[in-house]
Design a protein around this ligand. Structure first.
Ligand code: AMP
Length: 625
């Protein structure tokens, strides 16, 4: 096994970390950025961009710039969740074969695993460039409540990107690992993860070096994007009132509004009031350009999002109930995800859990750090001290070109770094902070005239295992890193649970649960079925995920076909169906004919996934590029 990295492939941002000389550290890009936007964009010149370069094209070219793709991954187009979100995207999402969503961008049709693979390949090439070695192995994290198809799709995406996936790890488990709670501690911790698109709460028990997930609960559609949307709605409302024009009618204007709304939201985490001006957002009578100034206070913003934040707290309550615990039995609280920087979120969480959260590790990096530690514990391989360390931050055209070259290696357009005609004449909006900073949690630099896109600077590192003083100095190479103890990591045992029940459809539209929600994984459970009609030689078993007794209220994951059954009277032939969930949380289904002991010809077709031929075609497409 070679060196393995940990990747947090986030809805909004992604982060990669690696263990080097006993220390877990974030892998930066060529310009020194530690967080890469999870965005890909198809440039008119033919290049496929990823990361920040792609995000910059969101406003210019929203139709060909794909963001939040993790929200679509592993879903069927007809699913309730998809119905909820597809209209929100400026890019085109339509129904592909077998009901899976496909994205159309610049004349291409792409599946979601392919889109995710482009992002992962970009991260892989970033590792090669920064670390100076090829990285083939990875531990990749997913939300704890990702279902089987979403996990498999993530794994497939990594395979297309040329990675061998060592483990699919739940994000909260990774966060707990990053805090090194395995240092012979016995603790129960809550991981409150509020990101861009989803919210998750997980209760984990640590006993010496065993990490056991006691419960996990989440909201698939609750995140920072919803907070942005509240500001967007308010901006639209005000503009309509002032100018009798709905900005919603212009997709490019809307994308600018969304981008500014997110920046305003982030600034409101540090400021009491923020004002934004969007120049030439629309045109009035006679083609006169209209600028739009929008002002909002933190208090107003908090009143707009309070109900959403309360929803996350209700989910925490649910998670504690599932774990049969109350708040007082918890020993620690970890915050993960960019939305946990919002002061209202911190206040509500602190109030509910009745304790100060642990926030030493940057909430954007903590999951990747944990994944890297786990990768190291699986391979025992780390980067030696003397390999090239993070490249000095660069600026200007050189570094920009360097990124461009690492982007997928797809046909490179002539001078693709030069602004295309589409790029010209569109100025980015100015957002001007108004009020003096509120009492900041950490020293806040004076607000710049234009809101910066960069995430907050990294928090000081912490000691993973022992010692009262967990704050360590920045190391001499200028990178923040976390020391770790080999033995602790290597002996860590992760005991995860399955987030939802798994069952099969039975007569009358009922769902017969085979594996219960929160069952510890890996797990194997079986159930006997019999034929339901005379001379039945084939049977289709529909597999559902969810807790409801009614199939229509659960999610269809796939179908297992059993064939070659001996013709007999109904009920005579018995078939044992075995459900097995592996350590990645991925379901395998097999069936045995009880009469003969022979394994049946089973085929599980994961709806929302790709078949083996499609995956192989994509693997070879991207290995060539
Ligand atoms: P994640 O999915 O963990 O990368 O979180 C991304 C979400 O965090 C996005 O909705 C961001 O807008 C949000 N976010 C990042 N920084 C801040 C901040 N300083 N204040 C409020 N929200 C933030």
């Amino acid at each position: 096994m070679g060196i393995a990295v940990g990747i947090d492939l986030g809805t909004t941002n992604s982060c990669v970390a690696v263990v080097q000389a006993q220390r877990a550290r974030v892998v930066e890009d060529a310009t020194g950025k530690r967080i890469q936007p999870s965005v890909i964009s198809f440039h008119p010149g033919g290049a496929t961009l990823a990361g920040l370069k792609a995000k910059e094209r969101l406003v210019i070219d929203p139709k060909n710039t794909i963001y939040s793709f993790k929200r679509l991954l592993g879903r069927k187009i007809s699913s309730e969740e998809m119905q909820h979100i597809t209209g929100e995207f400026p890019y085109s999402v339509s129904e592909g074969p077998d009901g899976i969503p496909v994205i159309q961008a610049r004349g291409q049709e792409l599946s979601l695993p392919e889109v995710s693979a482009i992002m992962l390949k970009y991260l892989r090439e970033m590792c090669t460039e920064t670390l100076g070695v090829d990285i083939d192995e990875v531990v990749i994290t997913v939300p704890a409540n990702f279902n089987d198809v979403q996990r498999s799709s993530t794994k497939v995406a990594a395979r297309i990107a040329g990675f061998n996936v060592l483990r699919i790890l739940n994000e909260p488990t990774a966060a707990a690992l990053a805090y090194g709670f395995g240092g012979k501690l016995t603790e129960k911790i809550a991981v409150y993860d509020f990101g861009g698109g989803t919210f998750d709460i997980t209760i984990i028990e640590l006993m010496d070096d065993i990490f056991e997930v006691l419960s996990t609960a989440g909201e698939t559609f609750l995140g920072g994007d919803d907070f942005d949307e509240k500001i967007v709605e308010e901006m639209r409302r005000q503009f309509l009132f002032m100018h009798r024009y709905d900005l919603g009618e212009d997709p490019v204007a809307m994308q600018r509004v969304r981008t500014v709304a997110e920046r305003i939201k982030c600034q409101l985490s540090n400021l009491d009031e923020v004002e934004a001006t969007l120049r030439e957002i629309a045109y009035g009578p006679g083609g006169v350009a209209i600028d739009f100034s929008f002002k909002i206070t933190r208090a107003k913003f908090e009143s707009m999002i309070e109900a959403l934040v309360d929803k996350s707290i209700a989910t925490c309550q649910e998670s504690l109930k599932l774990a049969r615990l109350d708040v007082s039995s918890l020993d620690n609280l970890i915050l993960v995800g960019g939305s946990t920087r919002i002061p209202l979120v911190r206040r509500k969480v602190k109030e509910f859990f009745n304790r100060e959260p642990r926030t030493e590790i940057n909430p954007d990096e903590v999951v990747a750090i944990g994944a890297a530690i786990h990768a190291f514990s699986l391979t025992g391989e780390e980067l030696p001290e003397d390999l090239p360390v993070p490249v000095e931050p660069k600026s200007g055209m050189d570094s920009a070109q360097k990124i461009q070259k690492t982007i997928m290696g797809l046909p490179t357009p002539l001078k693709s770094d030069e602004p295309s005609h589409e790029d010209q004449g569109l100025d980015l909006p100015d957002v001007l902070p108004q009020a003096p900073p509120a009492i900041p949690k950490k020293p806040t630099p004076p607000a710049p005239p234009v809101i910066a896109m960069e995430p907050d600077p990294p928090a000081p590192p912490i000691d993973l295992v022992a010692g009262e003083d967990r704050i360590l100095p920045k190391d001499e190479k200028g990178s923040f890193s976390i020391p770790m103890v080999n033995a602790a990591a290597a002996s860590t045992l992760l005991l995860d649970v399955t987030p939802r029940g798994l069952g099969v459809a039975t007569a009358g539209g009922y769902c017969d649960q085979i594996i219960e929600r929160n069952a510890a994984i890996p797990v194997e459970q079986s159930r006997l079925f019999s034929t339901s009609t005379d001379n039945q030689i084939e049977v289709a078993i529909n597999i559902f995920q969810g807790e409801s007794r009614r199939v229509e209220q659960n999610t269809l994951l796939g179908q297992v076909q059993l064939s070659g059954i001996r013709p007999a009277q109904r009920g005579e032939v018995k078939i044992k169906v075995v459900f097995e969930i592996d350590t990645d949380g991925i379901l395998g289904v097999s069936a045995v004919n009880e009469e003969t002991g022979a394994a049946q010809d089973t085929r599980i077709q994961l709806l929302g996934g790709l078949n083996e031929d499609q995956v192989n075609a994509l693997v070879s497409k991207y290995s060539k590029s």
